[in-house]
Design a protein around this ligand. Structure first.
Ligand code: PEP
Ligand code: MN
Length: 349
């Protein structure tokens, strides 16, 4: 941490800072420039935060140099991590050696729709099935999901097709119920800084898919992940799903640069959700290609057998031509960036 003194700071002001730092067990290295004095602090950064140095007379600024997150940082764990989702033979890795495709309906609507969507997803190479049972809708009048019944449907379909399942938890009180049915818990963009929910998800011990808050900086996002990690759960996968900007052409602006930025800062795997970023099916394949090229550890997409009647996010759901193009990209592109490809099969509908 570095304290920058104001140009008019007095020797007493500097002495007061040094005294405060030393009283907290730290060391203060004073460097006197021509017009400014800078004080470098060595010791327990978190203790220095409690000193409120910025409030002292003559202090112009205080800069933190090390990252505020610890457990999720590459300083703590230099090698990039792999998170395993599912049980036994159906375990699927998300990490630096592979490219993982996660796909499924935005929302679980009926057993038939979920099975059809899951079959499409598997044929396209998806090895993890997504599907919302508890839906975090902006409007309270919109379809809220089937809740516990939806969890049952998703788990049944996942088991039938041999696919681990990921589904969102929107309320800390449901964390255990969701964990009983799902292989991975999703925290959505609207709850990305719901710290009690993050802790409850962490406590289940299940892998957590943490979406980026649509107004979160990367640092805030990694601090949200730190809340989960602090509960002793380092099985966290980050998901860039677009942020809110001034641009209305897409639903959100996919921050593709976030992928390598996060990978430099954190050991956690990171995937991309081009469906919720774009909100339009015609952009999902190009953005998926970009995600693979930039080094994402996977992509999560919405598929639906009948997007025109979907109860949630129909305009961004893939099928047919687009799904075939996605399967092709997931099979062909990862090896070009040194990864095992998704296990693609035949897309028939
Ligand atoms: C979702 O994946 O179903 C979803 C609601 O995503 P997000 O939280 O990114 O909007
Ligand atoms: Mn959705």
């Amino acid at each position: 941490m570095v304290v920058v003194m104001a140009p008019n700071a007095t020797a007493e002001d500097v002495a007061r800072v040094v005294e405060r730092v030393e009283s907290a067990g730290g060391k203060a290295n004073v460097s006197q420039g021509v017009s400014r004095t800078i004080i470098g602090l060595v010791g327990d950064i978190d203790a220095f935060h409690g000193l409120n140095l910025r409030a002292l007379a003559g202090v112009a600024d205080v800069h933190r140099i090390s990252d505020p997150y610890k457990l999720v940082s590459r300083q703590h764990h230099p090698d990039r991590s792999t998170v395993w989702v599912g049980q036994g033979a159906a375990r699927v890795p998300i990490g630096p050696a592979t490219f993982t495709l996660l796909a499924g309906p935005c929302a679980v609507e009926t057993p038939e729709q979920t099975l059809e969507a899951a079959t499409m997803a598997k044929a396209a190479g998806a090895t993890i099935l997504r599907g919302g049972a508890f839906k975090p809708r902006t409007s309270p009048y919109a379809f809220q999901g089937l809740g516990a019944d939806g969890l049952e449907i998703l788990a049944t379909v996942g088991a039938e097709l041999g696919l681990p399942v990921v589904t969102e938890v929107v309320d800390a009180r449901d964390a255990d119920l969701v964990a009983e049915h799902a292989d991975m818990l999703q925290i959505g963009t609207r709850n990305a800084q719901n710290f009690g929910l993050l802790q409850a998800a962490g406590d289940t011990g299940k892998p957590v898919l943490l979406k980026r808050g649509f107004s979160s900086t990367i640092e805030e996002w990694l601090l949200a992940a730190e809340y989960i990690a602090q509960r002793g759960n380092l099985d966290v996968v980050l998901c860039e799903r677009g942020i809110r900007t001034f641009e209305p052409a897409t639903r959100n602006t996919l921050d593709i640069a976030a992928v390598p930025v996060v990978q430099a800062a954190s050991h956690l795997p990171i995937i991309v959700d081009p469906s919720h970023a774009a909100g339009r099916k015609d952009l999902v394949v190009p953005l998926s290609r970009a995600a693979i090229a930039v080094g994402a550890d996977g992509v999560i997409v919405d598929v639906h057998p009948h997007p025109e009647t979907a109860l949630c996010d129909g305009p961004q759901a893939l099928l047919g031509t687009e799904l075939r193009a996605l399967a092709q990209a997931a099979r062909q592109l990862p090896p070009l960036v040194g990864r095992m490809p998704a296990a693609a099969g035949n897309v028939t509908n």
